[in-house]
Structure formats: structure tokens, C-alpha cells
Write a protein that binds this ligand. Structure first.
Ligand SMILES: Nc1ncnc2c1ncn2[C@@H]1O[C@H](COP(=O)(O)OP(=O)(O)OP(=O)(O)O)[C@@H](O)[C@H]1O
Ligand SMILES: [Mg+2]
Length: 430
């Protein structure tokens, strides 16, 4: 409406927003008139350039001053909060900066203190900062330097980008498989050879989503062989056409499948012995054995079947690595009845997705991590696919997995089923 467009309030808002620029333009025009009248065209030109230069300088200096003031205020706030949570042995901030999701800094821990000690104060620190969470990590090269992020918003609230291998015609399981992104946005991959992975988390946490990525990577590797145990019958159904063999709800059927893998493992060891090797050569075909959902196979009424299952699974997990057998197991019941410590400790990789309790999180990651601030019970239930990944060494790392929707799974599985496979162990469809 024209009347609204010319309303005096609109003009008042416009002049208030642009008052600095209008003032500068007015001063510039006035100066030009004065200089033009007093000193002629050359003085007018010099004067104009000088005015523009001074204006630019003042603006930059003001900006720099403002940033310095903000920096020193931020530093004072960090020092204050650190002194509150660690009054005896207060870490010293080396540098502190703002970034997309909050603030982060490198701190020198006090003499005699450790980064782990500081990590235990992360909840208290988050409360002092009024932040969503505080993450404390150790500098990769310096045990006395803590890398601390104060998160005002959740960087993992957004879904991870598309799986980087989505459009690859083929893959190799000897390459680290892209799994997701960290809180800092860095890509996170896992290297499957000589590793086994245990995943746990409450229903809907994103376990099958993570498993799909590993299964897709194996299915598209022309040398790899896929063995599927689908305790929920439909979770891995799309991949059956790309697998060597698969089992459903029947526990004895699952035991038979695992025994077949066991015999592949034994014959591989025989070949290694004859060749004087201690493990399979890099680049040779790997076997990926996936169990989704472990609780189904270990909580059924048939004790004999349960015992047989756990016995052969334990054997594959403990002896399979050197023979190129990789076992991935998921459970939505992370309790000691399903994942006894002796089994859990055989897994080099552990991924704890959202758990209902800190104890359940520790069942997957290992006891003690929750009290150090790494608890999957603190993951927001709304952000599915988020979990703590623990490698043999180091501290658990928070990540959000890539997600393959049904169409992506279907087209990857169809592509995988068409691959010409070159199996080495006389298994499969060739
Ligand atoms: N990485 C992810 N990004 C976005 N959404 C995800 C992600 N992972 C899972 N989801 C969402 O969460 C839902 C449940 O995921 P998923 O089936 O993997 O859970 P689950 O842990 O296997 O559950 P259950 O224990 O019942 O089998 C998915 O249908 C999807 O909508
Ligand atoms: Mg599932």
C-alpha cells in the first residue's frame, strides 16, 4: 500500500538505522563545499581522499578495539569460572575464542593436575558458563594442555551430511569407513580390519542406521563377504541379496551360520600356518559378520541354544581378527545379562548411542566413563544417530552418524547384489 510505504515512522526507522552513514555523507559534502571554495580542485581531491581514509581507519580501529574488549571479557569469564570449579589447582587459559557453537579454548592444567581431572568438572563448568555442555579433550601432543569447548548450542542437532561413499561404485573394507561427523564437524571413520565393533543404545537410538553404513561398505567391496544375523528379521532384510548367508529369528539357525564362519576362520588359520604368516595380508577379502539384535539371541527360552550362540560368537570375536573376520554386534539391551564384561572387553570399538542410564552407557563403553563425563544417557533423545565412539585408546568421541534412508539402502543393496564377487574361501554365490 502506498500510504504505508511513505509512513513517517518508516522514514524515522530508516534514518535511525543509517544515521552514521548519513552523518558521514553530510560531513563529506559539507567539507567538499568548504575545500572547493577555499583551496580549488587539488585541495578538494586531497581532502576527499583524506576524509575517506580517516573514516575507514576509525571504523577498523573501533572494530579492533571492540574485539579486544570482548576477548578480554571472555578471558576474564573463563578465568573466573575455572577458579570456581577448580579453586585449588586452577588451569590457565592459553587462548580462548568464540566459534559457531559457543566458545573454545586451550588450557594449561596446573602443576600436578591432569586433563582427566579437569574433564570430571565439565558438568560444573557447563553450569558456570550457563552452557548446554562442556567438552574437555587432551591435546594430542601435550598431556598438560586441555582443549575445552563450551557449547551454547548443539552442533549435532543437524543431521550429518550424506554418506561420502554413497555414490561410489565399489569400496574396500581396508579403507576406513566413513561413519559420521564429530561435534567440531570433522569426519569420523572407522578402520574395520582387525577390529570388532559393539553398539548399544535404547530402541530408536540409531544402531541399525550405523550398521547400515558398515554393511553397505562391505556389500560394495567385491572381495568382502557379508554374514547377517537379523534378530528383528526386517532390519537387514534389504541386504540379504548381497550377503553370503543370513539368519533370522531362529537361534539354532543363527548358531549354524556362525559355525560356518568359524570353519572359514579355521581354514584361514590353516592357510596362514602353511604360509608362515601371522595374519591375513592387507587387501585380502574380509568377512563382516553382523548381529542385530544380540538380545534376541541371548534372552530366548532355549538355554542350550543361547549357550551355543555365545560360545561361537565369543570365539569369532576373540580369534577372528587375524583371520580377517570382523564382527559387529548391536544391542538395545545394554545390560550385563546380554553383554557380559568378558565379551564387551573383546571389542576394540564400542559405540554407545543414547542409553537410558549411565550404567547402560558404561556397559558398552567400559565402566568409569560415565563418571568422567562420557555418558550416552546425556544424549538428547531427539537427536537420533548420536553416540560416543570409543577406540581401544583415547577418550570416547561424540559423533552423529550418516543416515541412509530406505531408498538409498535399496539402491546400494541392488548395486551390491550385481557386483561380480571374487570370493577366496569357496563361499557365496559364485
Ligand atoms: N544418523 C541419523 N540421522 C538422522 N536420523 C536418524 C539417524 N539414525 C537414526 N535416525 C532416525 O531414528 C530412527 C531409528 O533409527 P534405528 O532404526 O537405526 O534405531 P535402532 O537403534 O536400530 O532402534 P531399534 O533398537 O528399535 O532397532 C530411524 O528410523 C531414523 O528416522
Ligand atoms: Mg535397530
Amino acid at each position: 500500500m502506498p500510504a504505508a510505504r511513505n509512513h513517517p515512522l518508516r522514514w524515522r526507522g530508516f534514518t535511525r538505522r543509517w544515521r552514521t552513514e548519513l552523518g558521514l555523507a553530510g560531513a563529506f559534502v559539507a567539507l567538499r563545499i568548504v575545500l572547493g571554495a577555499v583551496g580549488g580542485p587539488s585541495l578538494l581531491l586531497i581532502g576527499s581522499v583524506a576524509v575517506v581514509a580517516v573514516a575507514a581507519f576509525v571504523r577498523a580501529a573501533r572494530q579492533a578495539l571492540l574485539e579486544r574488549l570482548l576477548d578480554s571479557r571472555r578471558l576474564r569469564r573463563w578465568e573466573h569460572n575455572l577458579a570456581l570449579v577448580a579453586p585449588e589447582r586452577t588451569p590457565v587459559p592459553l587462548e580462548v575464542e568464540a566459534y559457531g557453537f559457543g566458545e573454545r579454548g586451550a588450557l594449561r592444567v596446573a602443576g600436578g593436575a591432569t586433563v582427566t581431572e579437569l574433564a570430571k568438572c565439565s558438568e560444573a563448568l557447563a553450569a558456570c558458563f550457563g552452557a548446554k555442555a562442556v567438552r574437555v579433550g587432551r591435546h594430542p601432543d601435550h598431556a598438560g594442555v586441555a582443549l575445552v569447548s563450551v557449547l551454547m548450542s548443539d552442533p549435532l542437532a543437524r543431521p550429518a551430511p550424506d554418506w561420502p561413499w554413497l555414490r561410489r561404485p565399489t569400496t574396500s573394507l581396508w579403507e576406513p569407513v566413513p561413519l559420521g561427523v564429530s561435534e567440531g564437524g570433522a569426519p569420523i571413520s572407522i578402520s574395520l580390519p582387525e577390529h570388532n565393533l559393539l553398539l548399544g543404545g535404547e530402541p530408536g537410538a540409531g544402531k541399525s542406521g550405523a550398521i547400515n553404513l558398515l554393511v553397505a561398505a562391505a556389500a560394495l567391496d567385491p572381495l568382502a563377504q557379508l554374514w547377517l544375523l537379523d534378530g528383528k528379521l526386517v532390519e537387514l532384510a534389504a541386504w540379504r541379496k548381497a550377503a553370503v548367508d543370513s539368519a533370522g529369528l531362529d537361534v539354532w539357525e543363527a548358531v549354524e551360520l556362525l559355525r560356518r564362519v568359524q570353519s572359514v576362520m579355521d581354514s584361514r588359520y590353516q592357510l596362514l600356518l602353511e604360509a608362515g604368516l601371522r595374519k591375513v595380508k592387507a587387501g585380502s577379502g574380509l568377512h563382516l559378520v553382523v548381529v542385530d539384535e544380540l538380545a534376541h539371541y541371548l534372552t530366548g527360552p532355549d538355554k542350550k541354544a543361547r549357550d551355543a550362540f555365545i560360545e561361537v560368537l565369543r570365539d569369532l570375536v576373540s580369534r577372528g581378527r587375524a583371520a580377517g573376520i570382523v564382527v559387529v554386534v548391536a544391542t538395545q539391551k545394554p545390560g550385563s545379562d546380554v553383554v557380559p564384561t568378558s565379551l564387551r572387553d573383546l571389542f576394540g570399538y564400542r559405540l554407545a548411542m543414547r542409553c537410558s542410564t549411565a550404567a547402560a552407557s558404561d556397559t558398552i563403553l567400559g565402566s568409569g566413563w560415565a563418571t568422567e563425563g562420557y555418558s550416552a544417557a546425556s544424549i538428547d533423545p531427539a537427536t537420533r544417530g548420536v553416540g560416543y565412539l570409543l577406540h581401544e585408546s583415547g577418550v570416547p568421541q561424540l559423533l552423529r552418524t550418516h543416515w541412509l534412508d530406505d531408498d538409498a539402502v535399496d539402491s546400494l543393496a541392488t548395486r551390491a547384489a550385481r557386483l561380480g564377487r571374487e570370493f577366496e574361501d569357496g563361499q557365496g554365490d559364485e
